[in-house]
Design a protein around this ligand. Structure first.
Ligand code: SIN
Length: 288
């Protein structure tokens, strides 16, 4: 498998010790995904705060912080506390900072719109561990980012379906000619391709997560295409259900950190006349 489970869980799941946080506040946003973290300046977090931020991420899969002010260097420094930084195969980046992706839309953009459900760079041998978004300009309405828990999606599958999926591998593509708004197919000749287990064991928590997504997974390895498409259609509908989702309504100064190994994300539409500006850092898997 390309997404190994490592040597077993290094993190004890919540409830096993249940110790309170001491250097940050952590308020859960839904029963299965998302927490708001307070009491920390991400421009200069202490080592103890960083330990607790790692724990909050492992327990909640997505965490956000309000009212932050990060220079590009501070944003990069924070990202480096999670692992080596990833270079996106296609996205625009800040001058002089290839690891700092710029996500920008305004009235002159070729498009300003939503983005379908996906997990980042699932076409890679080692897809990234996670990403950190920092927003400085948001539209007054829409452009929300939604995150779905793939632990919850896996946990709620029927037992017979879990057993059927266990040995399967999904075929994932990243197609630079796609705008990633809606699923299009089949992928172009230029698309990057990799297969991954449909059920992934998270290397830090040891929990199982569903690892397919509507934008990038086309087919199940070795399976008849019609059968694979039918199975994927069922899984896509299952994993995008409301009860698995946290929807973030942005304010300037928000920072969001998500674990790409156990979540999907998507963006809602916003007016093409509005401006939206974020910087994003992507962190590689530890073994990469
Ligand atoms: C992303 O997919 O990295 C960006 C999400 C967003 O623009 O809200």
């Amino acid at each position: 498998s390309t997404l190994r489970g490592g040597d077993g869980p290094r993190y004890r799941p919540p409830g096993e010790d249940g110790a309170p946080y001491e250097t940050i506040s952590v308020d859960k946003l839904t029963p299965v995904i998302g927490a708001e973290v307070g009491g920390v300046d991400l421009a200069r977090p202490s080592n103890r705060q960083m330990d607790e931020i790692h724990r909050a991420l492992a327990e909640n899969s997505v965490i956000f912080f309000r009212d932050q002010q990060l220079t590009p260097e501070q944003h990069l420094d924070f990202g480096c506390r999670f692992g080596p930084l990833h270079l996106h195969p296609a996205a625009p980046h800040a001058p002089g900072h290839p690891e700092l992706m710029i996500i920008h839309a305004d009235k002159d953009s070729p498009r300003a719109n939503g983005e379908g459900w996906h997990s980042d760079v699932s076409c890679d041998l080692e897809p990234p561990m996670g990403s950190i978004l920092y927003i400085t300009t948001c539209p007054p309405h829409g452009g929300d980012t939604m995150f779905a828990s793939m632990y919850a999606a896996y946990d709620t599958l029927p037992e017979a379906m879990k057993a059927k999926l266990e040995p399967l591998r999904g075929v994932n593509y990243y197609d630079p000619t796609s705008d990633y708004v809606v699923r299009k197919g089949p992928p172009s000749e230029k698309a990057l391709r990799w297969t991954h287990p449909v059920i992934r064991v998270h290397p830090a928590t040891g929990r199982k997560a569903l690892y397919v997504n509507r934008l990038m997974t086309f087919g199940i390895e070795g399976m008849d295409p019609a059968e694979g498409d039918a199975l994927l259609a069922y899984l896509f509908d299952h994993q995008e259900q409301r009860q698995f989702i946290y929807r973030h309504v942005w304010r300037p100064g928000d920072v969001i950190l998500w674990d790409n190994r156990c979540t999907l994300h998507a963006r809602t539409d916003f007016s093409p006349d509005e401006r939206r500006l974020l910087r994003r850092i992507t962190v590689q898997t530890e073994s990469a």
